[in-house]
Design a protein around this ligand. Structure first.
Ligand code: ATP
Ligand code: MG
Length: 389
């Protein structure tokens, strides 16, 4: 059998664009099968550099770097969607297997194109309009074509909540972000849910149990994640079915994290998706039969998908850099956390900490989410990521 046909053949090459924490955790999962994971990112000092020897230094947004790297691979995937899709398109044209496909990435990378896709496919999402920039938004507001409050999202500049501006009143119009954007109606949110689904080229599809995300209002980042989400069995089924509908609509192979809003009327709306392992699936490493990282490998390699069942309830907490600290990272309170039952620490190895930077996560497993949440709060209090400079 040639290496192309057998992903677990020693000569088989799976390449990943991006070597941050997601690339690192993918490489760790690949390590269980002794599958070499080839990674492209700017520096070997990034999180994945420590766990895979097959690291190429280069820019995943640069055509030549991606093309050269991809030419040496059998299958190419990503851990970040902001990559050079022109190079991926060329590689696809030359017969390389790329998951997610460049055309799917181009839709997902652009929040405007993504919203248009949901509208076209009849997938429920918050009502929206597209604009060229702040002047056009203000003009639409004056003409009564949109109304306050609303949520403005940069079409391409956003990440981790940074490209999102909530405009509540006339005074906050000064906070409008520059450039092409989506303006969405403000949803009256009851809960923010996420369902991770996976699909392989043979068409097999699986869904993980829905999780509930609780945000840090200051950083607009996920702070706690509860699994399972506290929703009725009927709503759980509805959320899973919606996520499956979304991955089928894209026809995508790999993982797809589907972020949803449950509004106060009990309606589910798709917010956005990520076509890769996602923060809302980190708990699966410690609390599910198959981690999201192994599942992504299975899906992009067209292997049988793993069971998504929970082994236990869990709460995941993102370990963020402390406010007022920027520089080489020091972890305070590690021993206290390790002494607690059911606490699984995952430190990414980023050398520099910054306020609210995601430096790691902890997953607490327990019999109930309430019990796990109590201990997750203790972890949050005990662990501080600071610098002594
Ligand atoms: N239409 C909306 N109505 C109310 N709140 C919203 C709306 N859109 C976004 N938000 C809030 O802003 C958060 C960030 O929005 P979104 O997920 O679109 O941005 P993001 O920058 O991609 O975030 P991330 O990368 O962290 O997922 C949401 O999780 C939600 O809390
Ligand atoms: Mg989001």
């Amino acid at each position: 059998m040639d290496s192309k046909a057998n992903p677990l053949h020693p000569d088989f090459r799976l390449g990943v664009l991006g070597g941050g924490q997601l690339g690192k955790m993918l490489a760790l999962a690949a390590g269980n099968w002794h599958l070499p994971l080839y990674v492209l990112d700017a520096s070997r000092d990034f999180p994945a550099g420590r766990v895979t020897p097959f690291f190429t230094e280069g820019d995943f947004q640069d055509f030549d770097d991606v093309y050269r790297f991809g030419s040496r691979m059998d299958v190419i995937t990503i851990e970040i969607e902001h990559v050079n899709t022109d190079a991926l398109r060329r590689l696809e044209h030359e017969g390389k297997t790329i998951h997610p496909a460049p055309a799917q990435l181009d839709i997902i990378k652009d929040k405007g194109a993504q919203k248009l896709f949901y509208r076209e496919k009849g997938i429920p999402t918050a009502p929206f309009q597209l604009f060229e920039g702040p002047d056009a938004i203000v003009a639409a507001l004056r003409a009564g074509r949109i109304s306050l409050p609303f949520v403005q999202k940069s079409r391409t500049a956003g990440y981790d909540g940074r490209g999102v501006s909530v405009i509540r009143n006339e005074e906050s119009l000064g906070n409008l972000l520059p450039g092409a954007c989506v303006v969405e109606e403000m949803v009256d949110i009851d809960k923010e849910l996420a369902v991770i689904v996976a699909r392989n080229a043979s068409g097999q599809v699986v869904a993980y149990p829905a999780v509930e995300m609780a945000f840090n209002p200051e950083a607009n980042l996920v702070e706690f994640l509860f699994c399972p989400a506290a929703v009725s069995p009927a709503l759980e089924r509805e959320a899973e079915a919606l996520a499956i509908r979304v991955i089928e609509a894209y026809g995508l192979c790999g993982l797809l994290a589907v972020e949803m809003f449950l509004d106060k009327k009990g309606k589910l709306l798709v917010n956005e998706v990520a076509p890769r392992p996602h923060n809302s699936g980190h708990h699966t490493i410690d609390s599910c039969y198959t981690s999201q990282f192994e599942q992504h490998l299975r899906a992009v390699l067209d292997l049988p998908l793993g069971s998504t069942r929970m082994k236990s309830a869990s709460v995941m907490v993102n370990l963020l850099g402390a406010e007022g600290h920027e520089g080489p990272a020091i972890y305070e309170g590690l021993e206290q956390c390790l002494a607690m039952e059911g606490v699984h620490l995952h430190l990414y190895g980023k050398s520099i900490t910054k306020p609210f930077r995601k430096m790691g996560h902890a997953t607490v497993v327990a019999d109930t989410t309430e019990e796990a949440a109590g201990r997750a709060r203790l972890v949050m209090e005990a662990l501080r990521i600071v610098t002594d400079r």
